[in-house]
Design a protein around this ligand. Structure first.
Ligand code: QV4
Ligand code: CA
Length: 494
């Protein structure tokens, strides 16, 4: 009897904690945000690139109908008109097929869900052809009417949780998640996506919703669809957008009991470190000591679609694709370090912060095209196709659950560490060469550096590193090298 109770309790605990797991397939790790990509292009990307290179998941732009806004800025997708699954990225059938094809090659899908609000005043036609009148809070394609929204007021005071949660974020019509009709519509939307095989959600503007309402909504979402290979009883992974850089009226800790949070302090701190505003040696205690949420509650990133272009809070020190050497170093550190659930940003090139994705005709999104070195063109940056980044996803997979060991630093901006006896990485952000004999933790042999090149058959296309029987190797990163990182692992051993 006692044992039965215990096992029931254990099952309940396992279920309750399951929404903190990204539901990755065994042996895979690392998620990429394919910002503004089309569903057909993502399906092909899963089969041709993400699957083969070991990526575990991808975040998509919002999937539901949004307001069509003049000039087609990227941010029109954050102005919902209905929960019909038609956007510039494609329609429901295309989305469903994409999720299926990605799951088939081991890559999970996470949807950016926007349910704090509907479209702002003035935008009336949606990408699925629905009409709405945000001015009178009328969204007939859901349907929502004025009864489903909080009374109009503007968010003006970030010191007041009521103002932040019950008023309108830049005029976006603020849904009342305490209302049972609103809850039903949101739960139906999320459950529909679960049926289609998604593995979880990025909850947009979670800070602007009451945790108690979110608890009810998440609690009503179905378990993941076993027809797509998820374990019975698996819950969607939930990562909530709560910008908490410290000293705010709303703390991320109000949300970490419900799911993970987007850890903006990780983005801020890693930017400062690799911009040279903090020394690399301080990274020795990277993690909660830096004010981050617990590892399994932290979705970590170098930059996101907002802070790479100055939207949202913080941002001054954020690294982006525009600072490639430092960006690759920060990304390599994030992917090498065991802390958190890392997400790689994959951008389109921009000069104007409102500018939407590349198009063929000012409206239809253009597909990425690929160069012979696998990098993208046609307006797409595709950081995830940069060798220094995708090979670090391979490094993370090779490191698996191995602990961080063999930390070394020069007292300034040269550091190195191993992941058990599986992988080893070194960084040089000083204005002089790194050249030292270091303990790699690895078995003796010759390894290919996966930053300057890759392993190709029985040779390395970049640098190679010889590890002796004592685990030591001569590690060299010259100050003027193209990359300030060197990384080796057991799957890149000759
Ligand atoms: C304008 C005026 C307002 C006025 C309003 C009246 O600026 O003062 O009240 O008109 O109608 C766009 C425009 C913005 C415009 C608004 C409404 O940029 O100027 O307001 O539309 O028409 C994205 C963009 C926003 C964009 C929004 C909706 O970043 O610029 O607003 O989409 O299209 C905080 C939040 C955090 C948020 C972050 C940006 O705590 O939750 O700001 N981040 C998420 C998303 C983000 C998205 C939203 C939330 C909203 O990551 O991409 O905002 O869904 O930190
Ligand atoms: Ca709100």
């Amino acid at each position: 009897m006692f044992l039965t109770k215990l096992s029931v309790l254990a099952t309940l605990l396992a279920l309750a904690s399951a929404q903190f797991s990204p539901n990755y397939k065994d042996g895979r790790n690392g998620m990429v945000h394919l910002f503004e990509w089309k569903w057909d292009d993502i399906a092909a990307e899963c089969e041709n690139f993400l699957g083969p290179y070991g990526f575990a998941g991808l975040q998509v732009s919002p999937v539901n109908e949004n307001a069509v806004i003049g000039g087609r800025p990227w941010w029109e997708r954050y102005q919902p008109i209905s929960y019909k699954l038609t956007t510039r990225s494609g329609n429901e059938q295309q989305f469903a097929s994409m999720v299926k094809r990605c799951n088939a090659v081991g890559v999970r899908t996470y949807v950016d869900v926007v349910f704090n609000h509907m479209s702002a005043n003035g935008n009336s036609r949606g990408t699925a052809g629905s009409q709405a009148d945000p001015g009178s809070k009328s969204f007939p394609a859901v349907p929502f009417s004025t009864l489903d929204f909080n009374p109009t007021c503007s968010i003006t005071n970030y010191n007041d949780p009521k103002n932040i949660r019950n008023c309108e974020l830049v005029g976006l019509r603020d849904l009342n998640q305490g209302n049972s009709w609103v809850r039903d519509k949101i739960v139906d939307f999320l459950n529909h996506l679960v049926d289609l095989g998604v593995a979880g959600f990025r909850v947009d503007a979670a800070k602007h919703m009451w945790p108690a309402d979110l608890a009810v909504i998440y609690g009503r979402v179905k378990n993941l669809n076993t027809a797509h290979g998820f374990n019975a009883g698996a819950k969607p992974y939930i990562f909530q957008e709560v910008i908490d850089l410290g000293g705010e009226a709303i703390s991320k800790s109000e949300y970490t009991g419900l799911g993970a949070v987007t850890e903006f302090r990780h983005s801020d701190s890693i930017g400062k470190v690799f911009r040279g505003k903090d020394q690399l040696r301080y990274l020795v205690n990277w993690g909660t000591a830096w004010g981050f949420a617990a590892s399994d509650r932290s979705l970590v990133f170098v930059d996101n679609h907002d802070n790479q272009r100055g939207h949202g809070a913080g941002g001054a020190d954020v690294l982006t694709y525009k600072v490639p050497k430092q960006y690759k170093m920060a990304s390599a550190f994030m992917l090498a370090h065991p802390f958190g659930t890392p997400r790689v940003m994959s951008s389109f090139a921009f000069s104007d912060t409102d500018q939407g994705p590349p198009t063929s005709d000012g409206s239809n999104i253009a597909s990425p095209r690929f160069n012979s070195d696998m990098s993208c063109n046609n307006g797409w940056v595709c950081e995830h196709r940069w060798r220094q980044i995708y090979n670090m996803v391979g490094f993370r997979n090779a490191a698996a659950n191995a602990q961080l060991q063999n930390w070394w630093d020069n007292g300034k901006n040269q550091i190195a560490f191993s992941r058990g006896n599986r992988a080893f990485v070194a960084f040089n952000n000083d204005g002089y060469d790194l050249s030292s004999s270091l303990q790699t933790g690895l078995p003796a042999g010759t390894y290919c550096d996966v930053i300057s090149g890759s392993k190709s058959g029985s040779s390395c296309t970049g640098k190679s590193v010889v590890v002796g029987s004592d685990g030591r190797a001569n590690i060299s990163i010259r100050q003027n090298e193209q990359d300030g990182v060197l990384a080796i692992h057991v799957n890149a051993k000759l």
